[in-house]
Design a protein around this ligand. Structure first.
Ligand code: KIV
Length: 298
């Protein structure tokens, strides 16, 4: 556990502490489950902070659920920084993790460090996440030695969708499971503070979680991880294109949104909106003065 003081923030007289990487490690060791969600904008980050979500991940899932791409590959550093800035203006308690986009850390170690630094220096993030195992160790070590906490990501790594042959579960045979476990150990040894396990068998995720000191965060990896993450647009039912099997929908906001837009259109067409209470008033005396001025000017 850290001996460094954790800043105490106060909202509505309720004292809350900023979540740090140390908090997550302590939660794992106290058997407290960690809740993680993705966010891409200010109001969502505010609502998550209010719900006391421990970690907000500005995921590159942004590309699919907000920007409308078929996968995460077209997402750029500029896209990520833009949305990270909005999230960091909304959340003051959650640990904020920025997802490094495709090609921002694969080309060279120097570029990986420089791009990781931009998430903290320009966009208010506390840490970065990147995908991959042994092939990413140099980049991960270099980023961490610059003082930037790194969250790893193994299993279904969407930036490798073309190598994996689609968005499919990983680690389902003995040798793939062994490779995944060994990668998890390597990431821990490299200094990652936490590890996302995506779309891997539940019993493998539990085994890895039990053998790591750092917390695992599962998505489609069963209940044996130290924490859970979902893409918020899936959880809210805002992304209708497809829903992975492992998602639980807690709302159907796309349908609600479509209903609200239709109601608005029919009220505009029926001259029901705007009503008097939505309009700005003007004193009669000023109105009369205005008409008089216009008439004199003619
Ligand atoms: O981009 C993302 O949202 C992610 C989560 C699914 C872990 O990587």
């Amino acid at each position: 556990m850290s001996t460094y003081p954790i800043p105490t923030l106060t909202t509505n007289n309720v004292k809350r502490k900023k979540v740090t990487t140390h908090t997550l490690r302590a939660m794992k060791h106290a058997n407290q489950v960690i809740s993680v969600l993705t966010a891409y904008d200010y109001p969502t980050a505010l609502a998550m902070d209010q719900a006391e979500i421990e970690v907000i991940l500005v995921g590159d899932s942004l590309g699919m659920v907000v920007l409308g791409y078929a996968n995460t590959l077209p997402v750029t550093m500029a896209d990520m920084l833009h949305h990270c800035k909005a999230v960091s203006r909304g959340a003051q308690y959650a640990l904020l993790v920025g997802d490094m986009p495709f090609m921002s850390y694969q080309v060279s170690t120097e570029a990986a460090v420089r791009n990781a630094g931009r998430f903290l220096q320009e966009a208010g993030m506390d840490a970065v996440k990147l995908e991959g195992g042994s092939e990413r160790l140099n980049a991960i070590r270099a980023i961490i030695s610059s003082g930037i906490p790194v969250m790893g990501h193994l299993g279904l790594t969407p930036q490798s969708v073309h190598m994996l042959g689609g968005f499919r579960p990983q680690g389902r045979d003995a040798s793939a499971a062994q490779a995944l476990f060994e990668d998890a150990i390597l990431l821990q040894e490299a200094g990652c503070f936490s590890l996302v396990l995506e779309s891997v068998p539940a019993r493998l995720a539990r085994y890895i979680s039990e053998h790591l000191e750092i917390p695992t965060i599962g998505i489609g990896a069963g209940g044996g991880c130290d924490g859970q993450v979902l893409v918020t647009h899936d959880l809210l039912g805002l992304f209708e294109r497809f829903t992975p099997k492992f998602v639980k929908k807690y709302a159907s906001l796309y349908q609600e949104m479509a209903k609200a837009f239709s109601a608005y259109k029919s009220e505009v067409e029926g001259h029901i909106f705007p009503a008097e209470e939505h309009s700005v008033d003007m004193p009669d005396s000023e109105w009369e003065c205005f008409i008089e001025r216009i008439n004199h000017a003619e």
